[in-house]
Ligand binder design. Structure first.
Ligand code: C2E
Ligand code: CA
Ligand code: CA
Length: 755
């Protein structure tokens, strides 16, 4: 996910980079395109103007030549003047006048428009003199500098030397345009970008002949263009002194230059070789750039809009992705059923505690007893509801700093700060009391047992696995000891390891003939033999000899070996006792211990009946010893089963009575025939008032319901006497007899009963 998250922004940045490049590229191309277009337009304009100008000049030269010849040949000055007037009247707007001058500088004739200038000797007039003199040296028409020969205005003169057939100079024909009219021929629509300042500069002496931006009355025309300015222009044109004007003749040439004021100018120039002038069109680059900017700005806006959209799109994708990621993360870290954080989350939280907190922690492992039973009997839907309810109850009874996790199945873990054993124990008991309270689901009411194992950080484990294992071990210890809550202790670790060995070796115990039975006699208050309790024994070399049943039976239960082992015990006990009863013709009761798992195993009842039938023993002689711990499990089912067994005539004995934590009120729901007063009470009966009271009340309960009372673990006459006094019916214990091998039992019976 993180990769994708990074990738999506990477894609965005790549796209952004691409669009920036695109924008840059587009802008540059746009600039170049615009420049090309702009240059093209400039070229077109200057071509057009130059064409017009050049044809005007050539036409004018022809007229001047032809007319000049003719006028010079006339001898009547009046005729001459008329001829020149006619010429002037062809376009009085443009032409200010014409004149013919003898090579000496004397005026031969002059058109009426120039009459005032009659007094002038052209050689005297600075502005006119040089073109006059120059025209004498040339065959072609020559352009003069603007000047004002009369008060009527500034004119632009042109002159042509008139020669006879031998080439001898006869006269100079002069003409002039009104500068203002002439200037107007170069005007263009100022709205057009290419419409710019036009200049005509005489190359011979750098004098400006025309400048569209300078009025004809301007002093500007009286001065030659600044030498260095002119050189700059030539430099911009890549002027090559060797090549001279040739490359620029009649061909437009684009250039970029800086003027005196450091303005950048985009120019185009064309050179007229015949009349020796530059036609120059220049526009400030800034004007062009402004236009470029305008266009680029459009791109830029498009770019910005596009990128904002792109950004929003990516942000949207990102946020939906982020949401999805959060959801996935939540799913990965939470249990879907109860909404509690899961094992994954526990691991993560624990990892975050790399720096372990400086206070200790208590990790509480909670396991519901026989939760599988709920699923099996009421269906998974019901099981799910119960789990939700359990989660709700746990959450409800937590303190602020506590964290709860569901590890899966019916296993829950609570992590809380550890203050002291007492508080943690109290909290734990309270929590267990909450979750073992009656559940009402789909109109069914039932109770579930639960046990809690507590491991402390850092004493019981420095990492999560160790802590969980310690808590798990102490949870089993709690179950084994039938306590709601149990703290982890180091010895449990050994027990745990020993249990693993037991489990392994127990699997082959029956096949290897390591399992056998012992029988402990039971007597009535007069000492008369009335029955036996069948006690299983396991002898294994690896385990160092005899393993006590209260060690391996719970392991067998946990490991699922109990149905098989239980069947073996039942078979063997019934078979041996039936044999003895047949041999001796004695009828005595045979008590068989039934473990919880065995009891709850499917088909227990049918296999029990089958074994009894096979042994041929009377139902009424058989007693099943069950412990209160059975009622940790599914009550309803057990009550039904016990009732069914009892209806077959088999008797039921409550073993270890008074040690469990389930309610005594259970008794009236059950068809119990016998209560076994636990050894722990008998042990202390002589000197502990509590034990005495407990025994007395158990006897009272039994009496009340006509239930037989059997005291176990009787080791002395005093104990037996006291129990007799309290009203106990029957006894079992070392004082009367130890558990006996089958042959020992034969001897015992021979001794005590039959003789
Ligand atoms: P339990 O059912 O309470 O069995 C009585 C235990 O007390 C037996 O221990 C017996 O040897 C012992 N005992 C009898 N009289 C005295 C006495 O005067 N003093 C003392 N200190 N102990 C006495 P055992 O045989 O070690 O069995 C321990 C437990 O193992 C049993 O407790 C029972 O819960 C379980 N167990 C034994 N055999 C079987 C079996 O065949 N099936 C099942 N499911 N559990 C069995
Ligand atoms: Ca027993
Ligand atoms: Ca017992």
């Amino acid at each position: 996910m993180a990769l994708f998250k990074r990738n999506i922004w990477l894609i965005y940045y790549i796209l952004l980079g691409c669009t920036v490049l695109l924008l840059g590229g587009a802008s540059v191309t746009q600039w170049q395109d615009m420049e090309d277009t702009y240059r093209l337009r400039q070229t077109n304009l200057i071509d057009q103007w130059y064409g017009n100008l050049n044809s005007l000049m050539l036409q004018q030269e022809t007229i001047m030549d032809v007319l000049g010849q003719r006028v010079a040949a006339m001898d009547d000055p009046l005729k001459m003047t008329r001829q020149l007037d006619r010429l002037e009247s062809m376009n009085p707007e443009l032409f200010s006048g014409f004149g013919l001058t003898w090579p000496t500088g004397e005026i031969a004739a002059i058109s009426s428009g120039l009459k005032e200038a009659l007094v002038l000797n052209l050689t005297q007039l600075n502005a006119a003199r040089d073109s006059f003199l120059y025209s004498m040296t040339q065959d072609k028409m020559v352009l003069g500098r603007p000047y004002a020969p009369t008060s009527a205005g500034v004119v632009l003169p042109f002159r042509k030397a008139i020669r006879d057939n031998d080439g001898k100079l006869i006269a100079i024909m002069s003409g002039s345009f009104w500068l203002d009219t002439f200037r107007k021929t170069f005007t263009c629509d100022p709205g057009l970008p290419e419409c710019a300042d036009i200049k005509i500069i005489r190359s011979r002496d750098r004098y400006p002949l025309v400048d569209s931006s300078k009025s004809s009355s301007s002093d500007y025309y009286n001065y030659a263009m600044n030498e260095s300015e002119y050189q700059r222009l030539l430099a911009a044109l890549n002027w090559d002194a060797e090549q001279g004007y040739k490359p620029y003749a009649g061909k437009p040439y684009s250039y970029l230059r800086r003027d005196r004021n450091d303005n950048s100018l985009m120019g185009i120039a064309i050179y007229d070789e015949r009349y020796e002038y530059w036609l120059v069109l220049e526009v400030e680059e800034s004007r062009f750039l402004a236009e470029v900017r305008r266009n680029v700005l459009i791109y830029m806006s498009a770019f910005i809009v596009f990128n904002i959209c792109l950004f929003l799109l990516f942000r949207m994708i990102h946020s939906t992705e982020e949401k999805r990621r959060q959801e996935l993360l939540y799913q990965a870290n939470h249990d879907t059923l109860t909404g509690l954080p899961n094992r994954n989350n526990l691991q993560q939280i624990y990892d975050r505690w790399r720096e372990p907190p400086n206070h200790s922690l208590a990790l509480q492992f909670i396991d519901m007893n026989n939760f599988k039973g709920v699923n099996d009997s009421f269906g998974h839907e019901c099981g799910d509801r119960v789990l939700k309810e359990i989660a709700r109850r746990i959450r409800k009874s937590l303190n602020e700093d506590d964290l709860v996790f569901r590890l899966g199945g019916d296993d829950f873990v609570v992590i809380s700060p550890f203050v002291n054993e007492k508080t943690t124990l109290e909290n734990g008991r309270h929590l267990i009391a909450e979750v073992t309270d009656t559940y009402s689901v789909d109109g069914r009411h039932f109770m579930l047992g639960a046990s809690m194992g507590i491991a402390r950080f850092p004493e019981d484990g420095r990492n999560l696995d160790q802590l969980l294992r310690s808590a798990d071990i102490s949870m089993y210890e709690a179950k084994r000891q039938r306590m709601p809550v149990c703290f982890f202790e180091d010895r449990m670790q050994d027990t745990y390891l020993r249990n693993i060995a037991i489990e392994h070796l127990l699997r082959t115990a029956v096949i290897n003939n390591e399992i056998y039975m012992m029988y402990q006699p039971q007597v009535d208050s007069t000492g008369k033999f009335i029955g036996v309790e069948c006690l299983v024994r396991w002898e294994n070399e690896t385990m160092g000899g005899r393993v006590p049943p209260d060690q391996f039976i719970p392991v067998a239960e946990q490991a699922g070996l109990m149905p098989e082992l239980g069947t073996f015990i039942l078979q063997r006990s019934l078979q041996e006792m039936a044999a003895i009863q047949n041999e001796t013709a004695l009828e005595f009761s045979v008590s068989v211990n039934i473990s919880v798992r065995q009891f709850l195993h499917e088909g227990f009842l049918s296999s029990l009946l089958q074994e009894i039938n096979r042994s041929g023993m009377k139902h009424v002689l058989i007693v099943l010893e069950i412990t209160e711990s059975i009622f940790i499990e599914d009550m309803q089912q057990i009550v039904e089963l016990i009732t069914a067994i009892h209806e077959k005539g088999i008797r039921i004995s409550m073993d270890d009575f008074g040690t469990g934590y389930s309610s005594l009120s259970l008794l009236h729901k059950l068809p119990v025939d016998e209560l076994k007063i636990d050894r722990s009470f008998v042990e202390q009966i002589l000197d502990d008032i509590n034990a005495q009271q407990m025994v007395q009340s158990i006897i009272a309960i039994g009496r009340n319901r006509s239930i037989t009372l059997l005291a176990e673990g009787v080791e002395s006459e005093e104990q037996a006497q006291m129990l007799r006094d309290y009203g106990c019916d029957s006894f079992q214990g070392y004082y009367f007899a130890r558990p006996l091998l089958i042959d020992e039992l034969r001897d015992y019976l021979q001794d005590k009963v039959l003789s």
